[in-house]
Design a protein around this ligand. Sequence first.
Ligand SMILES: C[S@@+](CC[C@H](N)C(=O)[O-])C[C@H]1O[C@@H](n2cnc3c(N)ncnc32)[C@H](O)[C@@H]1O
Length: 356
Amino acid sequence: MSADSPYPELKKTHTMAHAGRPWRDYKPPPSGPVWSVINAGNTYWMLIAAIDLGVFDAMEPGVGTSGSDLAVQLDVSQHGLQHLLDCMVTLGFLDQIDSCYELTETSERYLRSDGPASMVSLVKISPGPLDNWIGLSETIRSGKVKNPIDDDIVGFYRPLVSATFPTQYRVATRLGSIMGWARHSGLRVLDLGAGAGPWSAALLEHAKDSMAVINDFSSILELAESSMKSKALWQQCEFRAGSFHEIHIEESCYDMVFLGHICRTEGEKNTKDLVRRAVAGLKPGGKIVVADYFSDNDKRVNAFGVMMGLTMLANTRNGGAVTFEEMYRILAANPIERIRVLEPIGANMVFVGDKT
Ligand SMILES: C[S@@+](CC[C@H](N)C(=O)[O-])C[C@H]1O[C@@H](n2cnc3c(N)ncnc32)[C@H](O)[C@@H]1O
């Protein structure tokens, strides 16, 4: 048993007289980083509770509400709600002015169901099934995921692609402005693993008289069909159901191919095959667009990308982190030139390359 105290920085009685010579003769590091991780798990469930109880939706932007009024409005216990509201203040999702709580700009934008960039559905679905996290050590031990989301297209991907549509539609729209899609017309594009179709929707809105071949599994394509209908773009779309590893892709036919957030679940070999198929489908001068959450090359700096990689490992058969360098090499192994990385909105990176 170690003579060191479990919380040396908190325990003033931890002197050599009481506990013997510490096994290191310098001040031990604080346990704060471990507590941060323990609390990070807890804060996720606090946010889920606040969303489930309708806290953010019940509060009017710019108007302060007391905990007791809100408890009556939501028909919940004031004691419990008060604690939850205080925690939301510490997380920066509410402001507290005297005894009143107000939405912050962050919660107004992302945590209300009607927020302009609402992440309400995404907060719930994004981590994947809880069982996969509880079983992560077993997944790493055995190399096998218990409930791969690859087997639950309807249960996992349907809510996911609906939840991510608003964000990816914004990314695609900004990318369209950067790349000047509006200066082009009559484009023919292929959208692989299109989900609800944010990339095709943005392209068709920018580039007049264009058409999109939209691919996904049939149960997901229904969502793409309905978003294209709601934007009156349906007539410009062909919906091609099936696995993007198997569907027919015409040679040298497309001006642009989108691979929007599909590579990180595929693993290196499948991604190479997919990119090769996508490039073969491009006309000379056509553009490949690969959007994903990439990790930095050393997997040390961009915690978001590194952790997204582990989220893929925890939830998919083949997925994991994809570094910028790995994606660059995969693209560069094809007849692709002018490979560049763009960041249309914060933290959303997109590789673009031109077919030679
Ligand atoms: C993370 S979503 C991305 C959706 C959309 N491209 C975007 O950027 O928002 C991944 C999509 O790929 C689809 N997908 C996964 N494996 C696929 C496969 N083998 N063939 C076709 N689609 C697939 C899923 O059904 C899901 O709609």
